[in-house]
Design a protein around this ligand. Structure first.
Ligand code: FES
Length: 162
């Protein structure tokens, strides 16, 4: 004759094991879901938030002084930062000066100076800008570069936003 208490005990243990497996799988799936959401969501949050932070930092900066600007040879440029944004000071061959935000108005690449062609050039898609006015003169950029106010005095360049 079988012990009835053992017969009743086995299904209860099996049920308990099945329940804990299901719980484990649910917790594991939920954990993986959270980890996956975090892996995707955090970089998106950082990207969006960094733009807000950069705009706040940019708004706080009104002026940049470049101490050794006077040493810049004619026909060359000095790249600098205006807050979080790249900028360029140009000393033209005719001894005039200009300063621009060095951010292409097409898709935001940093522009450089092509001295041989006397153009501000964007390497991303071939955008071209006039180095004296910042006017968009070739390629896909839809607008001129943002021009800064510039005062040159005793070798110092004082760059301010218009
Ligand atoms: S980002 Fe400069 S031309 Fe496209």
């Amino acid at each position: 004759m079988m012990d009835e208490s053992k017969l009743n005990a086995e299904p209860t243990e099996a049920l308990g094991t099945e329940t804990s497996r299901r719980t484990f799988v649910r917790v594991a799936v939920a954990g993986m879901g959270l980890a996956y959401a975090g892996a995707i969501g955090y970089p998106i949050f950082r990207y969006l938030n960094s733009n807000v932070e950069k705009e706040a930092e940019l708004a706080a900066i009104k002026e940049v002084t470049l101490k050794d600007a006077g040493k810049l040879p004619k026909g060359s440029i000095l790249m600098f930062k205006f807050g979080p944004r790249p900028a360029m000071l140009i000393h033209h061959a005719d001894d005039t000066w200009s300063a621009f935000e060095a951010v292409c108005t097409h898709m935001g690449c940093t522009v450089g100076y092509d001295a041989a062609r006397e153009r501000i050039a964007c390497q991303c898609h071939g955008g071209q800008y006039d180095p004296k006015t910042g006017e968009n003169v070739g390629g896909p950029p839809p607008r001129p570069l943002m021009k800064y106010n510039l005062v040159m005095s005793k070798g110092l360049a004082t760059v301010t936003r218009i």
